[in-house]
Design a protein around this ligand. Structure first.
Ligand code: HEM
Ligand SMILES: *[C@@H]1O[C@H](CO)[C@@H](O)[C@H](O)[C@H]1NC(C)=O
Ligand SMILES: *[C@@H]1O[C@H](CO)[C@@H](O)[C@H](O)[C@H]1NC(C)=O
Ligand SMILES: *[C@@H]1O[C@H](CO)[C@@H](O)[C@H](O)[C@H]1NC(C)=O
Length: 354
């Protein structure tokens, strides 16, 4: 116990310096509002004190505009299976990182726009669209033209986190986002980090969205749920000469990725608790039992390594931080009535030919 506390003290000291660093990789197009809780871990305190919302967003935004709106989304998420729930957490991330949290990820191909985001290469295995559509159709019947698809994506990501953590990750999600009308496959690769990204690149790509290293490491814990296609990490399997993946896991993945038909199989992100959003991810990083080079990279710089150990040792602190970082991610380049709309159907913009 004393030894554990000593390690924690070292980790806290490291974090003190890490959290004072400013943004990486140059300009940040969407600086987040100053947060009163930039130290991590914060004192053990009541759950979920969210970062101040971006301009215009507010907790309980639909309370008077469409009472029960958040409950409609939660009910739609509740009945989805664990894999779809994981997909909803990822959908929110992909939406926010490409053109801001504006539901651009939901727009389907049309004659006018044959290559939307959902056809970009990093979209591989995006799932959960039908949950968003189900919630939207109930909400349109109840309060037509009121609840944006961007907010439904944000609520669904929050609710999926809640269910997959058995209620341990519970936080309020500010709302009031409008939906965008531009969606381009060509914008996915420049904005979404690839699975082979090193730590410098990861920091820079998150900083470009107003998210710091603490947020980045906390959000990476989402790789404790869901699945991946083998093609996303096959370069790390035997006979790779450079991979630092645990050899036992690598051999097992190699077997599970072998397919007689040449199909791109899928495997669980977290070999131990695949359907739980939990801090097991950080144990996996430490024991080198993670799929992507971008996961393994978190051990390769002092600040991210300290954050990985802190999250592994103090799951509650990580759970709170995860919620805060989701809220902060939800502030990314949010649209307003001036440059957005409330879509009638989430797959298509209003009043445009398609
Ligand atoms: C740090 C940079 C990140 C990289 C490089 C990355 C990359 C990936 C890749 C390659 C996959 C597998 C896709 C496939 O082959 O099927 C994946 C899955 C997933 N990612 Fe990430 N990701 C990152 C951050 C995040 C963040 C911030 C979140 C959410 C907060 C997230 C949530 C997920 C989830 C839940 C899955 C599983 C999805 C499913 O089962 O449908 N990831 N990620
Ligand atoms: C993702 O993109 C691929 C390739 O462009 C496409 O075949 C696939 O249908 C897309 N996936 C989704 C969920 O839209
Ligand atoms: C490999 O597949 C087996 C059989 O489906 C499964 O039990 C095991 O968890 C998988 N292992 C990994 C690491 O994906
Ligand atoms: C990382 O930590 C090690 C050991 O504490 C130290 O020697 C090294 O200078 C640190 N590197 C950086 C870039 O701070």
């Amino acid at each position: 116990m004393a030894a554990k506390l000593a390690v924690l003290a070292v980790v806290l000291a490291l974090l003190g310096s890490a959290s004072c660093q400013s943004g990486y990789g140059g300009g940040s197009p969407n600086p987040s509002p100053p947060s009163p809780t930039t130290t991590y871990p914060p004192a053990p305190s009541p759950p979920a004190s969210p970062t101040p919302p971006a301009s215009g967003l507010k907790v309980g935004y639909y309370d008077d505009k469409c009472p029960g709106a958040e409950a409609v989304v939660r009910d739609a998420v509740r009945v989805a299976d664990a894999g779809i729930k994981a997909g909803l957490v990822r959908l929110f991330f992909h939406d926010c990182f490409v053109r801001g949290c504006d539901a651009s990820v939901l727009l389907k191909p049309t004659d006018a726009n044959p290559q939307p985001e959902m056809l970009g290469i990093p979209n591989l295995s995006l799932r959960g669209f039908e949950v968003i559509d189900a919630a939207k159709s109930v909400l349109e019947a109840r309060c037509p033209g009121v609840v944006s698809c961007a907010d439904i994506v944000a609520f669904a990501g929050r609710d999926a986190s809640y269910f997959l953590s058995n209620g341990a990750i519970a936080f309020a999600m500010p709302a009031g986002r409008y939906d965008g009308d531009v969606s381009l496959a060509s914008e996915t690769i420049p904005n979404l980090p690839p699975p082979f990204a090193d730590v410098t690149r990861l920091k820079a790509m998150f900083a470009a969205k107003g998210l710091d290293t603490v947020d980045m490491v906390a959000l990476s814990g989402a790789h404790s749920i869901g699945r991946s296609h083998c093609s996303s990490f096959s370069d790390r399997l035997p006979p790779s000469a450079t991979s630092d993946m645990d050899p036992t896991l690598a051999a097992e993945l190699k077997a599970n990725c072998t397919s007689a038909t040449g199909a791109d199989n899928t495997v669980s992100q977290d070999y131990r608790t695949p359907d739980q959003l939990d801090s097991q991810y950080y144990m996996n990083v430490i024991s080198r039992k993670v799929l992507f080079a971008s996961d393994a990279a978190l051990l390769k710089s002092n600040d991210t390594r300290a954050l990985v150990y802190a999250a592994a040792m103090a799951p509650k602190v990580w759970q709170n931080k995860f919620g805060e970082a989701m809220v902060k991610m939800g502030n990314t380049e949010v649209k307003t009535a001036a440059n957005g709309e409330i879509r009638k159907v989430c797959g298509f913009v209003n009043n445009k030919p398609y």
